[in-house]
Design a protein around this ligand. Structure first.
Ligand code: CA
Length: 424
């Protein structure tokens, strides 16, 4: 945004993820049990967009502002970027220090602003379809080495198309939702038949995801250079994975029960427009890439990604730091590929990047890679060791873009792993 100089009358720390230049979108309810509605955030304050609508702050906008009273953002973002950006700019205007309307109205402020302690963040989107890509060359190479063949880690198609599978949306939940360790078929001894047991190789996957803001009709495809018109914004995505279940089940159709027992999103969707100052080139793609996948411009984002593990009663240990810029296939290429056959997409669909591993060992985006298949334990700050996630461990993923003038962040994506509940 050109308006780096805009200051807000709301006080916030200099290193907040949510300065006035961010203005993300989410849904929330207050602790006193009111309905779920749309919100935004500035510093450590939640902005109630339904109250802003009720009190007339959006009256000059052309669009349906009753959508802020709905419990998900689907109807809001379905109105298109012209409207959603107008809303975003109007919020920035109302909260800028030059604007006195809300700033000097104590009654309105008490109705519109909530502290973090007063609210519970909710699932922001009713997700229709979910697709998980596999777009980090470092991750695909590492997994290929461990699961298949160290000399031919990447399969022949990998550099020609963004590999993906259709996932399941029913088990995608918002940050803060605990997940029980899944039970499934595993085969710890290749000489014996499989057994049913709680996974022994519980893992996270460090990913980002994007939300579709504009639908297509069946039979139409999206040109790579138009693809970002269809993307409303991004969030953090933790694609929990049970590696022993995955290893046994994934041939030949890919992951199934090893991946659909719980994936976690951060509560705030950050718009592509807010992230624009952080656009960067992606990795150099080796020829030949077919023309429908050839994208121009800077399509990756310089978003720092951090993973922390917190064992019960202990401080968090940072166990990985990666960056969105490492993704080999960018979001525009993913969407162009997804629709080249005429597959239709819908508002509220979620497309995940795949695990974003970097080139160095401390930038790997899963425990599988960090502990190299369980051979090299990760040492926590208190001296404990982990190869995979234990019961009552909490995984926290943070994402933020930052330069000398501006920080735009996503907050946190948190989940605690609880013991298995299936009785065998
Ligand atoms: Ca994944």
């Amino acid at each position: 945004m050109k308006d780096l100089s805009i200051k807000s009358w709301v006080d916030y720390p200099v290193n907040t993820d949510f300065p006035i230049q961010n203005i993300p979108f989410g849904t929330f309810r207050t602790n006193i049990g009111e309905d779920v509605r749309a919100g935004s955030r500035i510093g450590d304050w939640i902005i109630d967009l339904s109250e802003m609508a009720s009190l007339g702050y959006f009256d000059a906008l052309e669009g349906d502002i009753s959508v802020f009273f709905e419990s998900t953002l689907n109807s809001f973002i379905a109105q298109g970027k012209e409207f959603t950006q107008a809303v975003r700019f109007r919020i920035i205007e109302v909260f800028s220090i030059e604007n006195h309307d809300l700033q000097y109205n104590a009654d309105h402020k008490s109705r519109i602003l909530f502290s973090l302690e007063e609210v519970q963040m909710m699932m922001p989107i009713d997700i229709g379809d979910y697709t998980d890509f596999y777009s980090s060359i470092e991750h695909a190479t590492n997994v290929g080495k461990m699961f298949r063949d160290a000399n031919n880690a990447l399969l022949p198609n990998w550099k020609h198309l963004p590999v993906a599978y259709h996932g399941r949306s029913s088990s995608i939940v918002v940050s803060g939702t605990p997940i029980h360790r899944p039970v499934g078929q595993i085969r710890p001894d290749d000489a014996l038949p499989p057994i049913l047991a709680p996974t022994r190789l519980m893992d996270f996957e460090l990913e980002m995801a994007f939300i579709i803001g504009k639908k297509t009709a069946l039979g139409k495809h999206i040109r790579v250079d138009d693809a970002e018109d269809y993307i409303f914004g991004m969030l953090i995505f933790n694609d929990l994975s049970a590696r022993d279940i995955q290893r046994w089940e994934y041939v030949p159709l890919g992951p199934f029960l090893s991946k659909n027992f719980g994936s976690i999103v951060s509560p705030w969707i950050v718009t592509l427009e807010a992230l624009a100052p952080f656009r960067v080139e992606g990795p150099k793609q080796e020829a030949p890439i077919l023309p429908y996948l050839q994208s121009s411009g800077n399509r990756n984002f310089d978003i720092n990604l951090e993973v922390y593990l917190e064992s019960e009663g202990q401080k968090q240990t940072k166990i990985s730091q990666s960056n969105h810029r490492y993704l080999y296939w960018n979001m525009a290429q993913q969407l162009a590929h997804h629709t080249i056959n005429g597959c239709n997409i819908n508002v509220g669909d979620l497309y995940a990047s795949g695990t974003i591993s970097g080139p160095s060992e401390d930038s790997f985006g899963s425990m599988l890679e960090l502990s190299w298949g369980g051979k090299k334990p990760i040492i926590l700050d208190n001296g404990d060791e982990r190869c995979f996630i234990l019961d009552n461990d909490t995984i926290v993923i943070k994402a933020f873009a930052q330069n000398a003038e501006l920080r735009i962040g996503f907050g946190e994506c948190i989940t605690k792993i609880l013991p298995a509940i299936y009785e065998i």
